[in-house]
Design a protein around this ligand. Structure first.
Ligand SMILES: NC(=O)c1ccc[n+]([C@@H]2O[C@H](COP(=O)([O-])OP(=O)(O)OC[C@H]3O[C@@H](n4cnc5c(N)ncnc54)[C@H](OP(=O)(O)O)[C@@H]3O)[C@@H](O)[C@H]2O)c1
Length: 258
């Protein structure tokens, strides 16, 4: 039976993988949260890998607070770059295939059409830079790896835009949402199924891939769709934000094409 280590198992994607892992009876899973496996701790990682006899590692561990990363970039680099290098080196030592999750924010958003895996990267915020450095470390270290870039994750787990829109609408709060960024909302459950499918199908098309399961839209369009899907249309006012500013710069277009 093939053994699969999942890091960051308490995060949004990690929880989706835990949920559907039951449908993959041919795989044996070991789930680790940040409390039982800190990917920035090489000793801790070595211990877990030595005991585990894993065939695959799905790295869901990440520093994902885009705004905070701008203020304290060292924290983001510690997990998304140095931590990922430790994961890659430990995978190499134990002959484990790494499936790592990366982001649409490795792109600067100036392309007029969607981004392909081979397109030039040029992150414009610290989170994106730290994630790109993680990708580079993996490419320098391993031959058998998948880097799966994804975008705008939502699910029933964790904090995400989908849940925030529903919560605000149910509380009767009007919504002002930017229409200045285009991307592909992606259900984290679909991403979880895709990643486990790579293992199930013994995929060998190693390298960088893009996975997004929704059509391209703006955050404003996405909010509109969320309200419609949950019969909340008309309950609150939905306006387009003019000159919406966040601390971290965000790519205007981060549509991912396969
Ligand atoms: N969310 C999105 O919209 C989005 C978009 C594009 C790409 N991605 C990528 O998709 C992946 C999954 O994202 P997600 O939404 O599931 O993120 P998430 O909910 O923030 O989960 C990340 C998990 O990583 C854990 N973690 C943080 N530092 C760690 C460390 N040093 N060692 C081990 N675990 C650690 C966190 O645990 P603690 O809470 O205990 O710190 C958390 O459980 C990430 O690689 C992210 O960059 C996400």
């Amino acid at each position: 039976m093939r053994r699969v280590l999942v890091t960051g198992a308490d995060g949004q994607l990690g929880k989706c993988i835990q949920k559907i892992s039951k449908d993959f009876s041919e795989l044996e899973f070991e789930f680790h949260t940040s409390k039982t496996l800190d990917i920035t701790d090489s000793k801790n990682s070595a211990e877990i890998f030595s005991k585990g006899n894993f065939d695959y590692c799905i790295n869901c561990a990440a520093y994902t607070n885009v705004e905070q990363a701008e203020k304290t970039p060292a924290q983001a680099y510690k997990v998304n770059a140095k931590g990922v290098r430790i994961v890659a080196e430990t995978c190499l030592e134990h002959q484990v295939t790494l499936i790592h999750i990366s982001t649409d924010y490795v792109f600067d958003g100036t392309k007029k059409t969607g981004y392909l895996p081979k397109d030039e990267t040029n992150p414009i915020n610290e989170y994106g830079k730290s994630k790109l450095q993680g990708e580079i470390y993996i490419q320098e270290t391993l031959k058998d790896y998948f880097i799966v870039r994804t975008s705008w994750l939502y699910s029933e787990f964790g904090k995400n835009f989908y849940k925030a829109v529903i919560q605000k609408a149910q509380a009767g709060e009007d919504l002002i949402i930017t229409d200045e960024q285009m991307g592909c909302p992606t259900n984290a459950n679909a991403l979880a199924a895709y990643v486990l499918g790579l293992i199930k199908n013994k995929a060998t098309n190693y390298g960088i891939q893009h996975f997004a399961d929704g059509e391209a839209m703006t955050w404003y369009d996405f909010a509109k769709r969320i309200l419609r899907e949950n019969n909340l249309e008309g309950r609150v006012k939905l306006d387009k934000a003019k000159n919406y500013r966040t601390f971290a710069r965000r790519p205007k277009n981060s549509v991912l094409l396969r």
